[in-house]
Write a protein that binds this ligand. Sequence first.
Ligand SMILES: [Zn+2]
Length: 415
Amino acid sequence: MTPFSFKSLRSLLILPLLMAVQLAFSQAEIKEIRVHHHGDYTRAVIELDRAVNYRVRNYSQQHEMIQVEISGVSSGVSTVQLNSSRSFVSAHAVRYEEVTKSFRMNLRTINPVTTKDQTLENPFRIVVDIYRDEEAVSASDSASESSSNQPRATPIVSNPGRPGGWSRRIIVDPGHGGHHGGGVGRLNGRTVYEKEVALPVAERLERLLKADPRFEVFLTRRQDVYVGLAERTQIASRLNGDLFVSIHANAVDGRAAQQRARGFEIWTWNPTANTSAARRAMERMENEDPLARINQGNNQILTSMMRDALNTQAVESRRVARYVHQVAIRDPYLRNNDRGIDKARFRVLEIYDMPSILVELGFMTHPEEVRMLFSASFQQKWAQIMYDGIVEYYAATDPEFPRSKNTPSLASSRN
Ligand SMILES: [Zn+2]
């Protein structure tokens, strides 16, 4: 097995094998991380006490970051020496994952960049050189009529809650997309799809989170494209998310049920399928993943270790769900149409390294609710509820989360 492929193949089958291999060897220790700017490139140096496997991924085009991932390390480091305001790196975040013995460092890049990496010996160092991607920069400059070709002098964003790191990173997942429309409804004589509700609500939530310096936000899709369920969870892990929020709308079969079924529901992951027949039908709908090979066969076996990791996240996920739910039922309509919090084995919520919730905003198949789901006011209301719920969750459970988005420590570090 090549050491570089296991993250991208973050499949349920490879994880235990990987861990067995890693446990067989003693782990490396990271001594120091330095980031300096030299002339036309920025160099990141990671010094360790022995050779390790690593991988550099360049997401600078889409997500303004590059990621260095190191496997087989005994712990992470919390500080990164980041010097020079001319650096192509404006901020960093580090994370150590005990379960996989892996360390990830994300470097926020100011412009699209290219990278070159190498290793040096005595002591062992991973050296990543970061160059401005002139082609991509000039293309985007002419497209956006941006006046400045220079890197912006963005200060280091340091969040007091996470040593050397960023703010809480929310991965927003608009359900379905492309040929996979999700639940189907009728509105003004037209056939409408769940995917058309999920995306604008996700974008509204994104705008709210973006306006708050305590958060970073990424969407798993921005267009009407198909993204597989496993791919969504991989995106979330790759981006080092702190919380995953999947946005959906519900649907039922049968004319009588369609007149009756309405309201919202919040879901968290559970190792076994839901026992109610109606809920199992919904679980099937949300788990449908036509292109996924990994998820074919609906009863993938989880090892006890994977189950433990997922169960740990599930406990936290239920807390998140309770906060969002608590905010939602302040709204009179939602209070009257509250289907509660429940759990089921949703594939898209099978994420090992962050809590995750799935929100069913309402029913595509209900004649009144479908109208609401497509209205700007209802979409904005839901975005605000999820935003408020996330803020309240962190405020109540995370002592290091700034109480106000205008907190002085955040403001001063961004001046
Ligand atoms: Zn759905």
